[in-house]
Design a protein around this ligand. Sequence first.
Ligand code: 5GP
Length: 191
Amino acid sequence: MYALQQKILSEGIVLSEQVLKVDAFLNHQIDPELMRQIGVEFAERFKDAGITKIITIEASGIAPAVMTGLVLGVPVIFARKYQSLTLKDDLYRSKVFSFTKQTESTIAISNKYLHSEDKVLIIDDFLANGHAALALVDLISQANATVCGIGIVIEKSFQTGRKLLDEKGFKVESLARVKSLTDGQVSFVES
Ligand code: 5GP
């Protein structure tokens, strides 16, 4: 997606060879017009999948997920993060290792909002090693619902997540695919 790539080039900050900071438009300050375009793009790519619900993780997945939900006309659920979680029967829970914080936490969603007949689109801001996406897949499986696709705003293609999700047979659509972050420069996979 051209507008997203341009935004990454002009406002993204390469923190290291592994981490890209996009606080200027996605992870802290949010660019609503860019989020709208992202929603339109995801909706176009998944329009034939019969999606009934979108699932993301708080906080940075919420903006692109809501915009996609608006265009597809479906509700959006965000999994909540807990450091420790008192056991409750009405939650689906999964453990996720955070790439940015390098800690494990539990994410959960209420079983009220996800049902076996749901066809779910997962949306997240970044794909690195795939832990967040697979934890969401786990929550969806606990509800016996179906994962119909995974939409990623920024995929770092040099990390392991994309290969892992491809191998598991998921349809993954990434709007920007970063090939490398070497020498402080962002380069993209040719499309
Ligand atoms: P994964 O679970 O695929 O290893 O990492 C994805 C999650 O880690 C995303 O939800 C995102 O919040 C965070 N993340 C991974 N890589 C980056 C990065 O380069 N920059 C930022 N800002 N977040 C990242």
